[in-house]
Design a protein around this ligand. Structure first.
Ligand SMILES: Cc1cc2nc3c(=O)[nH]c(=O)nc-3n(C[C@H](O)[C@H](O)[C@H](O)COP(=O)(O)OP(=O)(O)OC[C@H]3O[C@@H](n4cnc5c(N)ncnc54)[C@H](O)[C@@H]3O)c2cc1C
Length: 499
């Protein structure tokens, strides 16, 4: 969550971009594309044509028209990874996915899967593989009476909520409007009121999956439970293509209010010591975050690092919201706040716009993260560099009070959490800075490694920082299930190397 406001014209442009492109950006092909395009494709022209003829949807082999646009559209960030699938499949329906997976299995192609394309590491984009991009499958069916819905995984979370909220329902989605519901929920998913209602993964009731045999199966509490367990948090480690997911919805609370306070970096130690000690008191319907960034929200120009302590209360009464938000008034440097917004009513659209302002389309991005249970005495002296030494104006660092921690049930792969979440996000626009900016968040998190209890899969950067994203037990179970359900390794798993 971020209180940054974009100028009205820029906000309109961003929203137009979201609607037109589902958040995806296209780019000019990098020079390396020409080199890869000249490498021989793994299959003869006849086999390639057979796949295209068999599908209702689109099949684009490397070197064909629109390949580079489709490759670029499969990744939200502007620093498109130099990885070139042999073929990109854009299915229109379940049968297309079945045909594509069978073709891949029969011809020795590994399969990557893309829902909304916001996975920071773009684990779905691999050289020589088949990329199944589910963005053309967009149907959502809501059963308001049972408070459940079936959705395609490539549907934007914000779009689902735009359908649910008029019915008095809501699901946790990413705070950014263009993130797909598929990757969000399958990686764990910290969204609206997740401390109260549970993570995105905990909202998955069932999934339709094309498995490694190329068979469409349903996984729910009564059948194929291994697939349901893995869909709830295994992220890129999942051994199938999810083509539909059934989600539980929550009753839309009546009140949504935000408070935000600005501080200079002088008060860093006081603010984080207070925030760390406050964690046990933060009610589950309050999302308390601290962000640092260094750009002017109107011009984008670099300014001295500033902190925003902000909290969003989503609950049923003004009294509950105001009581929870009053916690922010206990900050010991409150009198030094550079601005105050107190108990401002919010709409969900305003919250999505705020999320988009923090990570606008068009930027180059990299991230890394960790959970920690370290005490204020251990943690706070280590935070100054992380939060104040920001390499570009839009780079931001994020603290989320996630505790008091409720243990995750063991019917989900999702299994790592800690009392405080720290995320570092570098944003830049000059390709010459790519290497330096891509390693910056990782270097910062690695410096705190001994305080980490593991990372959150949604913001994973396994290739550069192979930390613990699942508990040892869940990780062992996942590896055993993948061996059982995908013994020939049809599906790509976690990205272990950036090339
Ligand atoms: C700007 C921005 C803001 C974000 N904000 C939040 C936030 O507020 N809270 C939060 O929790 N996370 C947030 N995230 C992280 C986001 O939730 C994850 O990156 C998530 O994986 C993105 O989902 P997606 O469907 O868009 O991505 P994708 O890139 O399509 O999916 C990510 C990975 O999941 C696997 N996968 C996806 N779809 C399928 C499928 N149908 N079947 C099998 N495997 C599949 C693939 O391995 C894929 O590489 C944010 C990310 C960005 C870029």
């Amino acid at each position: 969550m971020n209180e940054t406001k974009l100028p009205a014209t820029r906000r309109r442009d961003l929203l137009k971009g979201v609607v037109a492109a589902g958040g995806a950006m296209t780019v000019a092909p990098p020079a390396a594309a020409a080199v890869v395009a000249s490498c021989p494709l793994p299959l003869d022209a006849g086999a390639r044509r057979r796949l295209a003829r068999a599908l209702k949807g689109r099949v684009i082999w490397r070197g064909e028209k629109d390949y580079e646009t489709a490759r670029g559209d499969a990744v939200y960030r502007a620093n498109k990874p130099p990885r070139y699938p042999a073929v990109i499949v854009l299915p229109e329906n379940d049968q297309d996915v079945v045909i594509a997976v069978r073709f891949a299995r029969d011809h020795g192609l590994k399969v990557g899967r893309r829902s909304g394309g916001h996975g920071w590491s773009s684990a779905h984009l691999r050289t020589g593989a088949m990329l199944i991009d589910l963005s053309r499958m967009q149907d959502v069916e809501i059963d308001a009476a049972s408070r459940t819905l079936w959705t395609r995984p490539g549907v934007l979370g914000s779009y689902i909520n735009s359908m649910l909220t008029p019915m008095g329902l809501i699901i946790p989605t990413a705070h950014h409007p263009t993130v797909g519901i598929g990757g969000f929920a399958m990686c764990g998913g910290f969204g609206w009121n997740s401390r109260l209602w549970g993570n995105g993964a905990a909202h998955i009731l069932a999934v339709d999956v094309v498995n490694a045999e190329g068979v469409l199966i349903r996984a729910d509490e009564t059948q194929n439970q291994d697939f349901l367990w893995a869909a709830r948090g295994a992220g890129p480690g999942f051994f199938g293509v999810v083509t539909r997911m059934k989600l539980r919805a929550n009753v839309l609370p009546k009140v949504m209010k935000v408070s935000a306070y600005g501080y200079t970096a002088d008060h860093l130690e006081a603010i984080f010591t207070w925030a760390r000690e406050l964690v046990p008191q933060v009610p589950p319907y309050l999302e308390l975050v601290i962000t640092s960034t260094a750009h002017d929200s109107k011009t984008g120009e670099r300014v001295p690092v500033r902190f925003t302590v902000a909290a969003l209360a989503i609950c049923d009464t003004d009294e509950e919201a105001d009581r929870a938000l009053a916690l922010l008034e206990t900050c010991p440097v409150l009198a030094q706040a550079t601005f105050r917004v107190v108990g401002k009513p919010q709409t969900l659209t305003e919250r999505y716009l705020s999320g988009m302002a923090a990570d606008p389309p068009g930027f180059r991005f990299a991230c890394d993260n960790m959970y920690t249970n370290a005490s204020a005495a251990e943690l706070v002296p280590r935070l100054r560099d992380l939060f104040t030494d920001l390499p570009t104006p839009h780079t931001h660092v994020f603290w989320l009070s996630w505790g008091p921690v409720k243990p995750f049930p063991d019917d989900m792969a999702l299994s790592v959490q800690g009392e405080v979440f720290l995320g570092a996000y570098s944003l830049w626009d000059d390709a010459a800075q790519d290497e330096a900016m891509e390693v910056w968040p990782v270097q910062r998190m690695k410096k705190l490694a001994e305080l980490s209890v593991g990372g959150q899969m949604n913001d994973e950067n396994i290739a550069r920082h192979p930390q613990r994203y699942l508990s040892d037990e869940a990780n062992n179970k996942l590896e055993a299930l993948r061996e059982r359900h995908d013994p020939h390794g049809v599906f790509l798993s976690f990205l272990r190397s950036v090339t």
